[in-house]
Design a protein around this ligand. Structure first.
Ligand SMILES: Cc1cc2nc3c(=O)[nH]c(=O)nc-3n(C[C@H](O)[C@H](O)[C@H](O)COP(=O)(O)OP(=O)(O)OC[C@H]3O[C@@H](n4cnc5c(N)ncnc54)[C@H](O)[C@@H]3O)c2cc1C
Length: 301
């Protein structure tokens, strides 16, 4: 099958992109790694593709004031390879799981987040880190918190005449630690279930945020600080990873029970997905806690 006919434009400024998007039936094309298969299978029939790759300001990848700003045409592989990407370690942990190298070379960070596949890694990372989405449209620019951005499977608050012009990720601080894990049948496949974790430690305090994906229409975030604190009461504050995984496993089954809301499919039943989330959450919260502790200045000296 071939794509249905469409017009193609390649504007040179954000203002012209927005003007083109206001025409009925228009759609952004960035890396094309999700959109082109959709067109080829005629799952979507936009009348016009608006190619955003000729807009210089959308290539921005910059650090400012505790944030990493990732413009709409920044490739996934750029964040994986360029030094600046190390400022957001959770993105670096997740990217090797996104398809294959060739796909990451074309696919954009913003495109993956705008596409909002429930099994995709980067939307979960954005939700876990509480990233900010910058949307630019005919009525100006607005910022949307990740928690309010995803509205359903392949669905977000982006209006038809709006562009996700950048994503702002908070830069990691000393005392922060991260974990990421997923299970897929083959490497490069979309995950059956996965987790992204951020742990923050400061003095005696410890907070943990778990985001699960592949188990609901949208990434599901849970504050698992009480679970981590209770596990640490059993193990003491400097546990081995194995001991902490065992102590956390007492709690993660209950968490998995609450977050899995997908029906079964030909790949996995809801019960199997709950077991995956429980095991992945115990392992990755533990990993994130140990790396958070090791990133503290007093641990390094
Ligand atoms: C074989 C294969 C395996 C893959 N495996 C994975 C995987 O394991 N995990 C994973 O997460 N992804 C996977 N992908 C998808 C890949 O990561 C895509 O790159 C990504 O989902 C979309 O990015 P893109 O830049 O290619 O977007 P495009 O394909 O260009 O666009 C995707 C959608 O988002 C919209 N869009 C894109 N950019 C913007 C923007 N800035 N503002 C508003 N709307 C926008 C488009 O209109 C379109 O609807 C896979 C793809 C292939 C072909």
């Amino acid at each position: 099958m071939k794509a249905a006919p469409f017009a193609y434009v390649r504007p040179g400024t954000t203002a012209d992109v927005v003007a083109e998007l206001s025409r009925d039936g228009s759609k952004v094309i960035a890396g094309g790694q999700s959109l082109v298969p959709v067109l080829a299978m005629r799952l979507g029939r936009p009348t016009q593709l608006v190619d955003i790759n000729a807009v210089p300001e959308l290539r921005q990848l910059a650090r400012d004031d505790g944030s990493l700003r990732v413009g709409a045409t920044v490739r996934q592989r750029q964040l994986q390879r360029e030094e600046i990407g190390a400022a957001v370690p959770l993105v670096r942990l997740a990217l090797p799981w996104v398809g294959h190298r060739e796909i990451r070379s074309r696919g954009t960070v913003c495109g993956s987040i705008a596409h909002a596949d429930p099994s995709a890694e980067l939307p979960a990372v954005a939700a876990c880190l509480e990233a900010t989405m910058v949307l630019t449209g005919g009525r100006g620019t607005r910022q949307v918190a990740a928690a309010d951005f995803f509205t359903g499977a392949l669905s977000t608050v982006i209006e038809p005449d709006e562009l996700l012009s950048e994503v702002i990720f908070p830069v990691a601080k000393p005392g922060d630690g991260f974990g990421f894990g997923e299970f897929a049948r083959r490497h490069g496949d979309f995950a059956l279930a996965g987790v992204a974790v951020r742990v923050r430690t400061s003095g005696e305090s410890v907070d943990a945020r778990l985001t699960c994906f592949g188990v609901s229409d949208v990434p599901v975030s849970v504050d698992v600080s009480p679970h981590l604190r209770s596990a640490l009461q059993m193990t003491g504050p400097q546990p081995s990873r194995a001991d902490l995984v065992s102590a956390l496993a007492e709690h993660t089954e209950e968490v998995a029970e609450d977050v899995v809301s997908t029906g079964g499919d030909s790949h996995a039943s809801p019960a199997y997905r709950r077991r995956l989330i429980s095991a992945l959450a115990a392992r990755e919260v533990s990993r994130a806690y140990v790396s958070a502790r090791l990133s503290r200045p007093e641990e390094r000296s």
